[in-house]
Design a protein around this ligand. Structure first.
Ligand SMILES: [Cu+2]
Length: 116
């Protein structure tokens, strides 16, 4: 009986940790269904964005301006890039022309361009 209670406790803990994991991964783009999800992601400067390939198709995360390139990402592989400057960064998958995405980086100070 004691083991049963322990088992339930462990399961509850596992479910709780899974839930907290999903909320932490806010700066993540998932590659699935032949698209980037979310297609457009807004982060503040200094943020590291993680791309995760969730399907059995090889994709790449390639900057339109050749700023970054993940190379081939097979299922389960991830790629990280840290955006240090504000701006709009368009990227695509070099294998699938319909796969495009945008990372919008806002100034980390929160100011919206006061003319400086
Ligand atoms: Cu692709």
């Amino acid at each position: 009986m004691r083991i049963k209670i322990l088992f339930i406790a462990v399961i509850t803990l596992l479910i709780a940790s899974c839930k907290s994991d999903t909320s932490v991964m806010a700066n993540e783009v998932v590659l699935s269904g032949m698209s980037f999800s979310p297609k457009s992601l807004t982060v503040s400067a200094g943020t590291t964005v993680t791309w995760s390939n969730n399907e059995a198709v090889t994709h790449t995360v390639t900057s339109d301006a050749t700023l970054f390139d993940s190379g081939d990402l097979t299922k389960g592989q991830t790629y990280k890039y840290t955006f240090t400057a504000a701006g709009t960064y368009a990227y695509h998958c070099k294998y699938h022309s319909g796969m495009t995405g945008t990372i919008i980086v806002t100034s980390s100070t929160g100011t919206t361009g006061s003319g400086y």
